[in-house]
Design a protein around this ligand. Structure first.
Ligand code: ZN
Length: 435
């Protein structure tokens, strides 16, 4: 019996507690579906209609099914693997009033108050010294380990009227443990000891780590009809999962190449080794285009390419309707959302919007339109970066969600399957600009 897609998504969310884990879990799906792993350092021998994937920097992944070896271009779906949160500082451990705490940095733009009083733990990657080499291994502690307790209302009487103000340096370090009752000093490298114990290696074998806090609460369904999905990292692992499912669910034997790109570091502007502003996807498209053996193959391929940038969209919040444009109030479980911004914070143009709307119509799925309220600064996505970096048309879309960047976000259950269907149609359709 096949697992319902929403259960599959919830498993993916639970297992993908960091961008590294999101990539490992995507890799597992791809290799099970016969996609062949390629190393960037090697020469590639790409064959028409064959399936491949490549990982850069452990936290970004691209996968594709080759076209027929002409300059028919790429149908690209882009999403991102990272989520805002609290990352451990290198010398994290310190003592204060008998507590041992861990210093953290804020990554991206989380809703900080949502990180208070949660059952947190640690995950990320560890660098080991292994037979004269540095080796990277994923790391995760399943048990609840950390907590950032709020100040009691009796000590902060105005908090409900004035809101919770958090100083990032002072108020965010989670509590890790207590000093020894005996008065004996605690080890100064408790994090290293914990890593060594968890990975069952000697302390001396640990060369470094990149760890972040994550919420141990698993994804769940809520609502009278179980119509809501609640979880961490809905932005943007739901779109990574949708793209992955669309690519692996069918055999796309077509002139053009069907490709997904799951970038890291969208939340901090994408200018990293494997963010959307890097050479990552262009380098892959270059190698795919090289198989065409035609003059100006890359430029001709790009001229035939088009991209769907998939990321969260702000659903209208019933308690805060004044923050939404009344003509563009998008709703949960009412279908994919096309996001438009005159200043190109979203990359959608009239033509790519019409293209996406037609894809929805092709598969009988409703579509919604989002505009950020004009007197509020609009967020952005990998869409404009991809459009300018590759010089290809892009449509920015996503599924409606509430509490974006909260440690626990809310989305609509039905929207997920609808988005996958449209993505499948994007890969299947002969000419996406035909009606
Ligand atoms: Zn996002």
């Amino acid at each position: 019996m096949s697992i319902p897609i929403i259960t599959n998504l919830m498993n993916y969310l639970d297992q993908s507690v960091t961008a590294y884990h999101a990539v490992i879990n995507a890799e597992n799906v791809l290799s099970a579906k016969g996609f062949q792993k390629l190393a960037e350092k090697e020469a590639w021998d790409l064959k028409p209609n064959c399936k491949y994937y490549m990982i850069r920097g452990e936290s970004a992944l691209a996968a594709w099914q080759m076209g027929d070896g002409t300059t028919a271009g790429v149908r690209l779906i882009g999403a991102h693997t990272d989520s805002p949160g609290l990352h451990l500082k290198p010398n994290a451990q310190y003592s204060k009033n008998d507590y041992i705490q861990l210093g953290v940095e804020v990554y991206g733009g989380p809703l900080l108050a949502s990180w208070m009083d949660r059952d947190l733990s640690l995950a990320g990657r560890v660098i080991l010294k292994d037979a004269g080499q540095l080796k990277i291994v994923p790391f995760r502690i399943d048990e609840v380990l950390l907590r950032v307790p709020q100040l009691a209302i009796h000590l902060n009487r105005e908090v409900n009227d004035k809101g919770l103000i958090l100083n990032k340096q002072k108020h965010l370090p989670p509590i890790f443990t207590l000093e020894n009752l005996t008065g004996d000093p605690v080890d100064q490298d408790l994090v290293k000891i914990l890593i060594a114990q968890t990975l069952q290696v000697k302390k001396i074998a640990i060369a470094g780590w990149q760890l972040e806090c994550y919420d141990t609460q698993k994804a769940n369904l809520s609502g009278l009809k179980q119509e809501f999905l609640v979880s961490g990292r809905i932005d943007n692992l739901t779109m990574c999962h949708a793209a992955l499912n669309a690519l692996t669910s069918e055999d796309y034997v077509s002139p053009q190449t069907s490709m997904i790109a799951l970038f890291d570091n969208e939340e901090i502007g994408s200018s990293t080794q494997n963010g959307a502003a890097s050479s990552f996807i262009r380098d892959i498209i270059q190698r795919v285009a090289d198989t065409a053996d035609s003059k100006h193959a890359l430029q001709r391929s790009l001229a035939n390419s088009v991209c769907i940038s998939a990321d969260g969209a702000h659903a209208v919040h019933p308690n805060y309707t004044e923050y939404h444009d009344p003509q563009h109030a998008v709703k949960l479980n009412r279908g994919p959302v096309i996001k438009v911004n005159a200043n190109h914070r979203y990359a959608t143009s009239a033509i790519t919007s019409a293209m996406f709307e037609q894809l929805c119509e092709d598969v009988n799925i409703p579509v919604q339109h989002y505009i950020h309220k004009t007197d509020l600064p609009c967020g952005s996505t990998i869409g404009p970066i991809t459009a300018s970096g590759l010089g290809i048309p892009v449509v920015d879309v996503g599924n409606a969600m509430l509490s974006m960047h909260s440690i626990r976000e809310t989305a609509g259950v039905d929207d997920h399957e609808m988005m996958i269907k449209v993505m499948q149609q994007f890969f299947t359709k002969e000419d996406v600009f035909s009606v």
